[in-house]
Design a protein around this ligand. Structure first.
Ligand code: ADP
Ligand code: ZN
Length: 526
């Protein structure tokens, strides 16, 4: 490395070309770079894979001084540092997992003004020693990566990020650039307020990822659905997201039994196990990673061909970010969300029970409802997803599941009334399976014990198969006519939404699930 500031005097275009080897800036990169070159603050919202790093790396080199990048994840920092060093940039990362001799070496180079770009975790940055050392240096730009971590409404809130508001006091004339892939208005406003940069130039790029084929299916038999989805990607890399650690272990083990190279990944693994899993994932071999959301930020393998959710994410933002890990090389990739009524009801229940402040609960609640609406949408899923970020896609995408197989709907008023009545007559305390047994007049130990065969609703739904009723139950939950009471999954009526249906004041259209081959006669094409 031949000394800092060697690119001062070169244009951003020259640096992009000579250092990074790219012919042109992509999308909003030009605007972001120009803004920093002028010395102004900016907030860049770009989807994962959009090319956020170039936005600060190029001006960090063109402007005098060292680039300072705040980043929340060690894996992310180490990746970036490695690829910068490969192109001859002296980059380094200060974080808690450094060997003490490395930390010492970095600090020595820092003092000597030799480092081009320094990555640092927020905790490290704001510790006494580091700040003192940094304020002695000239800083070309301060980049705050994954800036949504500053927002308490965000799905990845990190309290340490709040302290970054103090940065301008230490580096008064240094332009700042905040970057994130979470684009909703609330998070955006929150970032600008928390970083105290009301006049920052906001650069919002399209979140459309035309190479992602979005699909969602109601859960029928989960493992079978998973295997069918993976089958199309035998020799490729896939990520399967689950809601809990235990589940990732179970699913990974079960996939291995079936002959897949599958690994569980979650926050409970030891650092050694994590590293081993990441190495295998990055090696390029075919692999299925079965992970919690702990597997994510900064994990960069361009050729992930499928992302499959066995549990519903808590918000469209989280969902987008997770499916966004597929197809970063731009090639066509599949995503599949498996969802169920019980999951929705449970998610609502736990949110309701949580100790979070009311305002926060309201926002998390509205995101959850947006996510539920997304699963049940009968129109183009890509349009619906982008719409939840305030972006309009003019035409249907043409390659999501709903575009390829237009959803068939039917008049579900009668079925809904029957189901709601059965919930009511059985006392609003049983799960969907029991209610369905009553509707279909199928005796079970529980129906016998409660003498449910004497109810007026006994057997009134025996003309329809079980999966039909499961679909009805799920859609009634999704539209809020039913809720789940407590952890046992007992269903109860939400009076406001249920009453008009029961009284016959409201007719409702239900979607005929692809898995539930419904009576062809009553179904009509939309
Ligand atoms: P993000 O941080 O937004 O997820 P990255 O900064 O990691 O995205 O960039 C994603 C990919 O796009 C990287 O492989 C990067 O090398 C590539 N890339 C970024 N900018 C350009 C460009 N101007 N031309 C070509 N490729 C680019
Ligand atoms: Zn579509």
């Amino acid at each position: 490395f031949t000394g800092r500031d060697r690119y001062v005097g070169s244009t951003p275009q020259e640096v992009l070309h000579s250092v990074f080897g790219y012919p042109d800036f992509r999308g909003l990169q030009v605007q972001a770079v120009d803004c920093i070159m002028r010395g102004d603050d900016t907030l860049v919202l770009m989807p994962t894979g959009g090319g956020k790093s170039i936005c600060y790396q190029v001006p960090a080199l063109c402007r005098a001084g060292m680039g300072l990048v705040v980043s929340p994840l060690i894996a992310l920092m180490d990746d970036q540092v490695a690829s910068l060093r490969q192109v001859g940039i002296n980059a380094a990362a200060l974080h808690s997992e450094l060997e003490s001799e490395d930390a010492f070496r970095i600090r020595t180079e820092l003092t000597a003004g030799k480092i081009d770009i320094l990555y640092v975790s927020p905790e490290r940055l704001l510790s006494e020693g580091t700040l003192e050392q940094l304020t002695q240096q000239r800083i070309s730009v301060i980049a705050i990566d994954e800036a949504h971590c500053i927002s308490a409404w965000g799905h990845e809130f990190r309290p340490e990020y709040r302290a970054l508001a103090a940065l301008p006091r230490y580096f008064p004339n240094t332009p700042r650039i905040a970057l994130t892939a979470t684009a909703d208005q609330r998070t955006r406003d929150d970032i600008l307020t928390a970083l105290d940069m009301p006049h920052a130039l906001v650069l919002l790029s399209s979140f459309h990822r035309p190479n992602l084929n979005i699909a969602a299916l109601p859960k029928a038999s989960e493992m079978r659905q998973l295997v069918i989805a993976l089958e199309r990607h035998r020799e490729e890399a896939c990520i399967v997201y689950c809601g809990s650690r235990a589940r990732t272990e179970r699913v990974a083990a079960s996939l291995r039994d079936k002959g897949w190279a599958a690994l569980a990944f979650h926050a409970g693994l030891s650092p050694l196990e994590k590293r081993a899993a990441l190495l295998r994932f990055r090696s390029g071999e075919p692999i299925v990673i079965v992970a919690t959301v702990a597997f994510g930020m900064g994990i960069d393998r361009p050729d992930v061909r499928a992302v499959i959710h066995l549990d519903m994410p808590a918000s469209p933002e989280a969902y987008y970010q997770q499916i966004g890990r597929a197809g970063r090389d731009g090639l066509s990739s599949d995503t599949l969300l498996l969802y169920g009524g019980e999951d929705m009801a449970r998610a609502r229940y736990w949110l309701d029970q949580s100790n979070a402040p009311d305002t926060e609960k309201r926002i998390m609640g509205s995101r959850l409802e947006a996510m539920i609406a997304l699963t049940e949408t009968t129109g183009c899923r890509t349009q619906a997803l982008l719409h939840s970020f305030g972006e309009t896609l003019e035409k249907p995408c043409g390659h999501c599941d709903n575009c390829r197989h237009p959803v068939v709907t039917f008049d579900g008023t009668e079925a809904a009334r029957k189901f709601l009545s059965a919930v009511y007559r059985t006392g609003q305390k049983y799960g969907a399976l029991h209610v369905i047994a009553v509707l279909r007049g199928k005796r079970t130990e529980a129906t016998d014990r409660n003498q449910h065969e004497i109810l007026s609703v006994w057997g009134i739904g025996k003309d329809k198969p079980e999966h039909f009723w499961r679909s009805v139950a799920r859609q009634l939950i999704a539209r809020g006519a039913l809720r789940s009471d407590g952890q046992y999954g007992g269903l109860a009526l939400n009076q406001n939404a249920a009453r008009p249906i029961l009284r016959g004041e409201e007719t409702i259209q239900l979607r005929a699930d692809a898995t539930a081959e419904l009576e062809k006669g009553s179904a009509n094409r939309e």
